[in-house]
Design a protein around this ligand. Sequence first.
Ligand SMILES: *[C@@H]1O[C@H](CO)[C@@H](O)[C@H](O)[C@H]1NC(C)=O
Ligand SMILES: *[C@@H]1O[C@H](CO)[C@@H](O)[C@H](O)[C@H]1NC(C)=O
Length: 149
Amino acid sequence: MLKGLIFVGILAAFATSDNVVFKDCGSKMGAISTVNVTPCPNEPCLLKKGSNISVEVTFSTKEEVTKASTGVYAVLLGQKLPFPNFPYPDGCKDSGLSCPLKSGGTFKYNSTLHVDSDYPTVKVVVWWQLTDQNGDMVYCFEVPAQITK
Ligand SMILES: *[C@@H]1O[C@H](CO)[C@@H](O)[C@H](O)[C@H]1NC(C)=O
Ligand SMILES: *[C@@H]1O[C@H](CO)[C@@H](O)[C@H](O)[C@H]1NC(C)=O
């Protein structure tokens, strides 16, 4: 029994180890509870060129979401630039979400960010948003990052 509890405790510690401290950038029709970026043990998240970064967001809804779009941007020198060729713009597809999402529910969204080898090695803020059928923000978070070799 005790061993089981300790084991569960260790699992929980691992499961939460890559939860990042994020800045909310305008969640309105939903609310974020956790953002998990793997790998990212500390911020800024080091985004290694050629690697895949996995992103998991646990959030709740304040309305029914029938359609969802993902936008991923790099904020650099005050400019918000879309990550080129982000392959998962439909937030209801390949994301663990099955739309419609009911109002008042809690959901887990997942995605993958491929760090292209062509990206410059710069410090950026990654801006990640999910908008609804009306273009309103369901959630939005910002995480500081550094693109590395
Ligand atoms: C990243 O993901 C893409 C698409 O799933 C895959 O083709 C590629 O091999 C992955 N790269 C690494 C380094 O895991
Ligand atoms: C999200 O998770 C599902 C289930 O694990 C997986 O099949 C899918 O490829 C993931 N989506 C992305 C964009 O990584």
